[in-house]
Design a protein around this ligand. Sequence first.
Ligand code: ADP
Ligand code: MG
Length: 480
Amino acid sequence: MSKLEAVIGLEVHIQLSTERKLFCGDLTRFGDAPNTHVCPVCLGLPGALPVLNPHAVELAVKAALALGCTVHPTSIFARKNYFYPDLPKGYQISQFDRPLATGGIFPVEMEDGVREIRIRRIHMEEDAGKSIHDRFEGATAVDLNRTGTPLVELVSEPDFRTPAEVRAYLQQLKQIIEYLEVSDCNMEEGSLRVDANVSVRPAGSQGLGTKTELKNLNSFSGVEKALKVEIQRQKALVAEGGQVAHQTLLWDEARGQVRTMRSKEESHDYRYFPEPDLPPLVVGDAEMERIRGALPELPSTRRARFEGDYGLPAYDAGVLTATRATADYYEEVTRGGVAPKTASNWIMGPVLAAVKERGGDLGAYPVRPPGLAELIALVEEGTISQNVGKEVLARMAEGGRGAREIVEVEGLAQVSDAGALEGWIQEVLEAHPDELARFRGGEARLRGYFMGEVMKRSGGKADPKEVNRILAQRLQSPEG
Ligand code: ADP
Ligand code: MG
C-alpha cells in the first residue's frame, strides 16, 4: 500500500461589519436580549420584501478584490431551502450558480515558502438564527437576532495538504480581513466560522478521494486538532481496505473526537432557485474602481515597506504589521520624530507587554503615539534613564498625565551632576569597607556591585555613564 496524503478544502463564513442586516434595517449588534432585533423581513412574514444593504455589498467586493478574485458585474441571489428551527423563512437567501466573485489567488506564507491557495468562489448570503441548547432543561431555545446578518462565504480549492497549512491560511486570511475592516473576525462571537472538507489519497496522485465535512470548529487550534484526528481516522480506515463515507461530521472538542451529524446532502437537496424578490446584484464599473482605489495597504506590502523604508529587521516588521492598529501606531510614533528602530524597540517591548497585561488591544491603550514619542525623546536626550522611562510609561498608562509632567512633578529626571554623584559613590564605598578590601584584593567583578548600590541609593536617577566614569576613577586611586 502506498503512502496516503490528506487533501483539504475550506469553506469560511465571515460576518460583514455592517451596522444593519443584509435585507432589512435591524441592527446586527451582538449580545443584546434574544429576539429584539427582528422584523417581518428577517422573520419571513408573508408579504415582507427584502431590500439589499449596499454597505454589505461594498465590504464583500472589497474582500473579493483583495483576495485577487474576479468580481462579476452581475450576480444572482438564490434561495437555499431547508428546514431548521433557527431558519424562520424556511430558506436562506444565498448565491448559487452565479456568485459575486470567483477565481481568486491568495499567497500564503507556509513553513516551506509562499504557496498560492486558489479561492474558488466568494458569495454573499444571510446568516441563520441561533439554537441554544443549554439554557432550558429538556428544550431548545431560538434567538433570531442573528437571522439575516450579512455574510460572505469563501470557498477554497482543495489546495491544502496538512493541518498546519490550513492554520497558516486561516491566520493570514483573518489578518487581511481585519486590515480591510470587512469583519472583526471574532470567532467567539461567530464572526468567523470554518467548515473543513477532508479526504485522503495515495501520495502524489491526482484524483480526489471521498471527503467528509467537519463542522463545529470553534477556534483555529480546534480546526487543526479536528483535522489531525479525522485524517488519522481516514488513513487507518483506507489502510485496512475500508471506504470513507460521504458524511458531515461534528467535532467534539471536549472528547477530541468526530461524530456523525448526518449523511452529506447534495446541492439538489436544497432545491436552489433564483430569489424572486430580489433583482440581480449589479456592481457597476465606477463602483468597482472606487472600491479598488480605496483598498488599504495590505499586510504583506506594509511589512515589506517597513523593512525597506524604516530599515527594520524582518522580525520587527512582522510584529509591527501583525495588526493594522499596531502598524498605524508605529508609524505615528516615528512621525513624532523617533528613530525607526528605537520606536520599534519601545513598541515591541514595553508597550505591547503592557497592552497584553491589560488584556485589551492597542486601540484602547491610554498612551497614544504622540505621548509615547514625547517619552522616548526624554530618554534619548538623557533627561531620564531607560529604566525610569519604563516606570514613567506605566504611570502614563494610569491616565491623564504626559511624560514630561510626570518626570517634573515626581522629580525623576536623571542626575548627571558630578557633585551629587560623587556624594553617592562616597557613601557606598564607606558603607561597604569589606567589599572594597576584596576589590582591592583582586575581585574585579565587585565593581558591578558598587555600581548597583550607587544606582539604588540614587533611586535609579543617577546617570549610569557618569557613575561608571567617576567610580572607575575612585577605584583606581590607591586611597579609595
Ligand atoms: P460539496 O458539493 O460537497 O459542497 P464542493 O465541491 O462544493 O463540495 O466543495 C466544497 C469544499 O470542499 C471546497 O472547499 C472544496 O475545495 C472542498 N473539496 C471538494 N472535494 C474535496 C475532496 N475530495 N477532498 C477535500 N476537499 C474537497
Ligand atoms: Mg458546497
